[in-house]
Design a protein around this ligand. Structure first.
Ligand SMILES: Cc1ncc(COP(=O)(O)O)c(C=O)c1O
Length: 485
């Protein structure tokens, strides 16, 4: 086994990390190399422990090395690790589909597998587009998304994204989408009124826009979006890649407002954070629109090599069974309340904190205004790591999204470490700017239009709400889109 220093040197020489400005990574930073994990703790190659404060990028649910999920993957490994879903099927994919449909919003009857949240979204967009074409309304080629939306990094998902820093550079490669303002149902109504005949679907992240920095929709906004889609005969795609599998305090964010989408995208927590698996679920009405004789070519021509991978499906079945056996959702509510109390007591009073947004186990702590080069979010991350917690910022929003299984003791420790890390990182320079706007918006809902993830120059047409595919008017975001690091 190589030493930590040797591995770090090899990493710097050969590995290109996602959403990371490699220049700093490769020169000034000492990467933490995760060697193993247990429950909600990660351990590095030198044996140091860290609370996994973002559940390994928002996907770990029941903790690492959960005995039931480990056993399910091992048992599947003894049968077959991978076999294709193209022209064949296998028991774990079948069992998982049936089980998923018992916990997802009513009306969904069909499960199309893929391997990441981005692919689940690509599939949703293509499915909606093709369904309308085959239904005799081929003019419905457009999508409405929300400002500040994030649906993944593949080009279709980026086309319906609205985070300038991540997305504006790629505009020449993208298709157009109209952008509605989060929480403003009149604006959505206006867009549907003007363009409804051309719209295939509205796509939204229900309740919480995660990657935008945990922006919260006002209560009943999702239900209103559903009503407006129905009124204009437009499909609703709900992207629950981040919010699904318990994160908001209900199994799916849609459950809070009794909404059933036409198409639902899930990923991340589906396997408990073990293996890459995603699914796009839809209704019988949509599914039937793809039926016909082979030579009619109504087939949904889409599929990935690892679609419905058996190991991943086995992990997902075990994840859903663990929700039932451990009554995870029942135990979550007190922890959500504890998290809210801890944030209020420990984080809200800090001078370097402008706002706290929380919905269930999704938390965004917006730091007080600072110049981008101060990299306050990143400084907080480093200070938290030194104290034994892994957190990851989105720009200057510090995100907390622990596994649902985290113990109350570790939850307290995570918030304490985060508070101390913010105090250290923001000490001095930000005190006066921050003290003017401190507030905690409470555990259930809040609404903010702030986002630190804007690029300085964009091709966005703010007036019409249509994201433009014109080449951005100015330079791309300075540096690189490494908002988190
Ligand atoms: C709402 C939402 N959709 C889609 C994605 C993309 O998922 P993946 O990173 O698995 O492609 C993400 C990832 O954070 C997300 O938050």
């Amino acid at each position: 086994m190589r030493s930590t220093a040797e591995l770090a040197a090899l990493d710097r020489r050969h590995v290109w990390h996602p959403f990371t400005q490699q220049q700093g990574w490769a020169t000034t930073e000492t990467p933490i190399l995760i060697d193993r994990a247990e429950g909600t703790n990660l351990y590095d190659t030198d044996g140091n422990a860290y609370i996994d404060g973002v559940s390994s990028l928002w996907c770990n649910v029941h903790g690492h090395r959960h005995p039931a999920i480990d056993a399910a993957v091992r048992a599947q490994l003894d049968r077959v690790a991978h076999s294709t879903m193209l022209g064949l099927s296998h028991p774990p994919a079948i069992e998982l589909a049936a089980k998923l449909l018992t916990v997802t919003p009513a009306g969904l009857t069909r499960v199309f597998y893929s391997d990441s949240g981005s692919t689940a979204v690509e599939i949703a967009l293509k499915m909606a587009f093709q369904w309308w074409a085959q239904r005799g309304e081929p003019q419905r080629t457009r999508f409405i998304c929300l400002e500040n939306a994030y649906h993944g990094d593949t080009l279709g998902a980026v086309s319906v994204g609205g985070i300038e820093l991540f997305h504006s550079l790629y505009r020449p490669l993208l298709f157009d989408a109209w952008q509605a303002r989060l929480g403003d149902d009149a604006h959505l109504e206006e867009l549907l009124g003007c363009h409804g005949e051309q719209v295939a679907a509205v796509i939204i992240e229900p309740l919480v826009q995660g990657a935008a920095g945990m922006l919260m929709a006002p209560d009943r906004y999702l239900a209103r979006v559903r009503e407006l889609c129905d009124a204009h005969g437009v499909l609703l795609i709900c992207d629950e890649v981040a919010t699904g599998l318990g994160r908001t305090g209900r199994m799916f964010a849609c459950d809070h407002e009794d909404v059933s989408p036409d198409i639902l995208c899930i990923g991340k927590g589906l396997t408990g954070g073990y293996l890459p698996l995603a699914a796009t679920l839809t209704t019988e009405r949509i599914y039937e629109g793809f039926l016909g004789r082979f030579e009619e070519y109504r087939t949904f021509f889409h599929g990935h090599t690892y679609t419905g991978n058996p190991l991943a499906c086995a992990a997902a079945i075990a994840t859903l069974e663990t929700f039932e056996r451990e009554r995870t959702m029942d135990g979550l509510q007190p922890k959500i309340e504890l998290l809210a109390r801890m944030l209020e007591q420990r984080v809200a009073p800090l001078a370097g904190v402008a706002e706290i947004r929380q919905r269930g186990f999704m938390v965004g702590i917006e730091l007080a205004e600072a110049p981008p080069e101060a990299r306050m979010g990143h400084r907080v991350t480093l200070a938290a790591q030194r104290r034994g917690a892994v957190v990851r910022p989105l720009g200057d929003v510090v995100v907390l999204m622990p596994a649902l299984a985290i113990s109350e003791a570790d939850l307290r420790r995570l918030v304490s470490i985060t508070a101390d890390a913010i105090a250290e990182a923001t000490a001095g320079e930000l005190r006066s700017a921050a003290s003017a706007s401190g507030s905690h918006s409470g555990p259930q809902s809040s609404y903010s239009v702030k986002s630190r993830l804007r690029a300085p120059q964009t091709g966005q047409n703010q007036v019409s709400g249509m994201s433009s595919n014109a080449v951005p008017g100015g330079m791309p975001p300075s540096g690189s889109p490494s908002a988190g690091s």
